[in-house]
Design a binder for this molecule. Structure first.
Ligand SMILES: O=c1ccn([C@@H]2O[C@H](COP(=O)(O)OP(=O)(O)O[C@H]3O[C@H](CO)[C@@H](O)[C@H](O)[C@H]3O)[C@@H](O)[C@H]2O)c(=O)[nH]1
Ligand SMILES: [Mn+2]
Length: 734
């Protein structure tokens, strides 16, 4: 594994090096011990299932433990060979600039109200101003919202960038998102900076005015040429039904910055054709249109994909990626370089665990020792060739102009070039082609990123995880519980679509990529079934305790120690992973709590919705996460780390119910302990663990008065369901 990378060249000329993590050996030894524990436990369950009469309870516990074991094994696969890498951008820039490859940047946006156009503007500015030859950069913005407001904002961005770029480059500014730069300092030394700040402020208020008023008024458009494109927004135009719009807002062949020193990067607005009768495949569809349109206009060999909320935080990022992508020793099989998703404005202890440390970091260094990290949908530099079949087998698209090796020698403003670009952005274009199956980003799931990365690895492409100290990108996270659990429900649903497809990682993945990779890829798709152990352990022992006594072994039974060992061992290793990768203890605690909460909301309802879809009863769309923080009180609650339930949603019912049941069980367990002298160690431990985790729920039910408290309807319904549950427990157990 990894023999193609020379790891001893530090100080030499290597562009990058890697080293395995030190924890590998102890982890492998522990894995064997933990595995023996799991086998013994399952064996015990099966034994008591055959011999004793508590069939229902035992089978449920068996099921829950099998799922837990499965989750543990898939995690262990990614603990087998974690690696860290370093790259040396200063060595890359030593070569002449003319050898740097061209770079196409794709930015996706889908809704001007959930994703404010100023956010898109700043993301675009931050990449246009990269420390990279500007004329080699082309920035494409795909607007699935089909919004004239976003187009207007980008026209403003083009004008402002002519001042912003030279300013950043001359003064070696690190924050190249103008918003971040201007809000980080209260006053600026130079007049130039002051002027620019004013200019930015004016642009921002123009854009926000247009967004607030909902339309682009004629006097806001200064140039006649720009006016014409807004005529496309006729009365019949809706975001679900409109022609394709491609507008070159800035052209590197002709546009210079205001000092006349630098050529400006290309900036292109694209809103693909939409029609209600043809499926548009959400973000994957948008990305494939971007792939085709950019192939026609610029066809750069390197592609960066970004979500509109992910601004660049470090101007040397492309050079870092190129340290891998252009290394002659590995480049032929290297498909992409993924940077971790990092987020701005996460609360101090990350109460909603939106940092996703395991998902975006811990697991990724594990994958990196196998075939490389998975694709995260944003912050990823691709080798364009990766979208056209396995490394050894180029699959050509239906027309030559879209091939990855095609050389573009015409102006991006040429009539025939633009006509072809419009054609390939048409909503019928993909019919009877390989797009979405063998070519481009893959369709068939709401988690197109995960699925595409997985399929590319199965084809034999490798990838690299690049984690510089200074975060390369910063994105946005949902900041209220309902947004968090809804986002995760969409992911759970998308994952299940992959899990139960022909290309399930459990079967196809293991066949193509080997046991470890297949297992590593098998964790996320089955997030939905994680809800089973959380529900079983959250309700069953508690209910049994109330009517028939403990389901757990007594302290004298060796099995007691087995349970304790497995629980403590799994938890301790999770904590260790988290802390070794730079996390804090408090953040880990919140992270494990969110796992339980997701198990009882996102994973559970994701599983239900997926079942409904399988039965053809309903389906879930791509509900874009809102990135606006208008609600001041809500932002304050987030800052203070107070749970924000806010809306009455069925998503909160199961967790509220589990909270109530565990409190009752704990009180009852303590009563047994003190008055009946019955020591129920495991039951008490479990119930107290649940109660401690549920503290924010109790507070939100009883103590709070603010808008973020748990709505009364939810409490009331959860109360009724709990009552019904306990009553039925009485009949089942007595
Ligand atoms: O029809 C659509 C829907 C979404 N998007 C864009 O997709 C991106 C991600 O959407 P968001 O609502 O922010 O979803 P998240 O759950 O936050 O995104 C994560 O999960 C997605 C897969 O579900 C990945 O595509 C993303 O890269 C990853 O950050 C945004 O830029 C959207 O504008 C589109 O372009 N077209
Ligand atoms: Mn997002």
């Amino acid at each position: 594994m990894e023999s193609h990378i020379n790891k001893d060249l530090v100080g030499g000329t290597a562009l990058h090096t890697y080293h395995p993590c030190r924890r590998i050996v102890p982890y492998r030894i522990y894995a064997v011990i933990h595995m023996c524990g799991i086998v013994t436990l399952i064996n015990n369950h099966v034994h008591s299932l055959v011999t004793a009469d508590k069939t229902l309870i035992t089978s449920l516990l068996l099921l829950a433990d099998v799922v837990l074991a499965y989750m543990w094994i898939t995690t262990a696969a990614l603990r087998f060979n974690p690696v860290h890498r370093s790259e040396y951008p200063e060595r890359y820039v030593a070569q002449p600039e003319k050898d740097f490859p061209k770079l196409d940047v794709f930015i996706c946006t889908a809704d001007p109200y959930k994703e404010p156009p100023m956010m898109v503007v700043n993301t675009a500015l931050s990449v246009m101003a990269y420390d990279y030859p500007s004329e080699k950069i082309s920035v494409y913005i795909s607007d699935d919202g089909g919004s004239s407001l976003t187009l207007f904002a980008l026209m403003e961005a083009a004008k402002f960038s002519k001042h912003w770029l030279p300013f950043c480059k001359r003064n070696n500014i690190q924050d190249r998102s103008a918003e971040v730069y201007f809000s980080s300092k209260s006053h600026f030394g130079s007049d130039e900076a002051q002027n620019l700040k004013m200019m930015y402020g004016e642009m921002k208020s123009r854009v926000e005015h247009v967004v607030d008023s909902g339309k682009v008024e004629a006097d806001f458009i200064t140039r006649d040429k720009s006016r014409r494109v807004f005529d496309l927004w006729t009365d019949k135009f809706t975001r679900h039904d409109h022609p394709s719009i491609i507008e070159v807002l800035q052209n590197s062949e002709t546009d210079m910055d205001e000092t006349n020193k630098f050529k400006m990067p290309n900036l292109i607005y694209l809103s693909r054709e939409k029609s209600k009768v043809s499926p548009h495949n959400f973000k994957a569809g948008a990305l494939n249109t971007l792939l085709r349109v950019s192939a026609v206009l610029t066809n750069s060999p390197v592609i960066l994909t970004l979500d509109c909320d992910m601004y660049s935080n470090d101007p040397v990022t492309p050079i870092r990626a190129l340290c891998y992508l252009t290394d002659p020793e590995i480049k032929s099989g290297l498909g992409f370089v993924q940077f971790p998703q990092k987020f701005q404005g996460v609360s101090k202890n990350d109460i909603y665990a939106c940092e996703y440390k395991r998902l975006f970091e811990v697991s990724m260094i594990g994958f990196d020792g196998l075939m490389g990290p998975n694709y995260h949908g944003t912050g990823c530099f691709f080798n364009r060739r990766v979208f056209y079949g396995p490394p050894s087998n180029l699959i050509l698209p239906e027309i030559d102009e879209l091939g990855p090796n095609q050389i573009v020698d015409k102006s991006i403003k040429a009539q025939d070039v633009l006509a072809l670009a419009h054609k390939v952005a048409g909503c019928m274009y993909e019919r009877n082609t390989n797009w979405g199956s063998k070519i481009g980003f893959r369709y068939g799931t709401l988690v197109e990123d995960y699925y595409t990365g997985f399929k590319l690895h199965c084809e034999g492409w490798r990838s690299v995880f690049c984690t510089p100290k200074r975060a390369a990108f910063y994105g946005d996270v949902p900041k209220s519980l309902i947004d968090v659990v809804n986002q995760q429900k969409r992911w759970t649903f998308g994952f299940l679509e992959v899990a139960f497809s022909r290309y399930s990682p459990m079967t196809y993945g293991i066949k193509c990529g080997g046991l470890l990779l297949g297992l590593g890829y098998s964790q996320n798709p089955f997030w939905g079934i994680w809800s089973i152990p959380v529900i079983v352990y959250g309700l069953l022992p508690q209910l049994s305790l109330l009517f028939r006594g403990s389901v757990f072994p007594k302290t004298s039974d060796p099995c007691f120690w087995l349970y304790t060992f497995l629980f403590v061992g799994a938890y301790a290793q999770d904590l260790l992973d988290f802390v070794l990768e730079g996390g804090s203890y408090r953040r880990w605690w919140n992270d494990q709590r969110m796992w339980l909460i997701r198990g009882l909301s996102s994973f559970f309802f994701g599983l239900i919705e997926f079942t409904l879809k399988t039965l053809n009863l309903s389906t879930l769309g791509f509900n874009v996460t809102s990135k606006t923080n208008d609600d001041k009180e809500q932002s304050e609650r987030y800052e203070q780390e107070i749970f924000d339930f806010g809306s009455s949603s069925y998503m909160f019912l199961p967790m509220t119910m589990v909270a109530i049941v565990n409190l009752i069980a704990l009180v009852w367990g303590l009563y047994c302990l003190f008055s009946l002298r019955e020591v129920l160690v495991l039951d008490l431990m479990l119930a107290s663990f649940a109660v401690v985790n549920c503290l924010p729920i109790y507070k939100a039910m009883i103590l709070r008065k603010d808008d973020g408290k748990l709505p009364q309807t939810v409490c009331f319904l959860a109360g009724i369901i709990t009552f019904g549950f306990i009553v039925s427990g009485y009949f089942i157990f007595k």
